[in-house]
Unconditional design. Structure first.
Length: 306
């Protein structure tokens, strides 16, 4: 007997049973996807709730020790990505476009921010003045090792080049211990640091990635959100470490500003939805966090200049 020919009561039962089966299948698929994501999150972190730890009483340390701590903060997330269970994914030909695209684009964001902050550190903070020469170790690292395209998988590979660059940074840190290296962070360098962070190459670039999010495909928006997350992971470590190392920033009545900045940056660093379902709910939400954080960072920047 065909469905239209069934009595109304039996017809309703068939329809309800069919809907129940479909709903069960949908819920089952969602549970499986959720479970796989949770398992993956245990193996390889997908959220990062805490910034890099800063040693206790770091603000009382000698300048060279502060220099090593700040450099480690800049490179912390890059070192994490290189040593993570799946290694550097952005140069994987297949997996970074399908299975591991979120972490791959996060890694590109990490690379982008690390490179610009290392340039700042080498060309301005780790010098006695504008006419002073850069450390040969920092210069070689930023010009040679970290200048390589993060998608490179041939010779030299991106991860190999970055690991070589990190070794050069360790040599710079050794030079600080020996007294041959230079670290000279002054008030104008602190101001320049916040100018760089809030400028077009870092937070400005991140904001640009999410402009017109409503016109993007879900796949493109997904990649851009995780690229922004990578940028923010590095910025958060850098800003938080600067704030702890240099109490004069806090002394400018910036406690509330810094608390707000960290709250918004933490939200981005822990943003990991099961699926990007809406340009408004995803792209606009992360964009709003960025805008609020940038506004407070600009307040901190301006307070240092005064």
């Amino acid at each position: 007997m065909k469905l239209p020919e069934l009595p109304p009561v039996l017809k309703m039962r068939v329809v309800l049973k069919t809907l129940a089966v479909q709903a069960s299948l949908l819920v089952g698929i969602l549970v499986v996807i959720w479970g796989l994501q949770r398992v993956y999150g245990i193996v390889d972190a997908t959220t990062f709730p805490d910034p890099v730890a800063v040693p206790e009483n770091a603000d009382q340390l000698a300048d060279n020790e502060k220099g090593k701590i700040l450099l480690d903060a800049i490179t912390h997330q890059l070192r994490y990505e290189l040593d993570s269970p799946f290694g550097w994914s952005f140069n994987d030909i297949i997996f970074n476009r399908f299975a591991l695209d979120n972490r791959a684009y996060r890694q590109y964001g990490v690379y982008h921010a690390t490179k610009f902050l290392l340039d700042l550190y080498s060309s301005q903070i780790a010098k006695l003045g504008s006419s002073d020469r850069e450390s040969e170790f920092l210069y070689k690292a930023r010009i040679n090792s970290f200048a390589l395209d993060p998608r490179s998988f041939m010779f030299p590979s991106a991860e190999g080049s970055y690991k070589k660059g990190l070794k050069l940074l360790e040599q710079y840190k050794d030079s600080l211990d020996k007294g041959t290296g230079v670290y000279n962070c002054r008030t104008d360098d602190l101001y320049a640091s916040f100018v760089t962070v809030t400028g077009e190459n870092l937070l400005g670039y991140a904001l640009g990635l999410l402009e017109n999010a409503q016109d993007m495909s879900f796949h493109e928006l997904d990649n851009r959100i995780y690229e922004v997350q990578g940028i923010v992971l590095v910025l958060r470590d850098f800003i938080n470490t600067l704030y702890v190392l240099y109490p004069e920033i806090r002394a400018k009545n910036n406690e509330d500003n810094m608390a707000a900045v960290m709250e918004y940056l933490n939200r981005i660093c822990t943003y990991d939805p099961l699926y990007i379902t809406s340009s408004f709910n995803s792209g606009e939400l992360v964009l709003s966090y960025l805008m609020f954080a940038k506004a407070r960072l600009e307040d901190i920047r301006d307070s240092i200049r005064i």
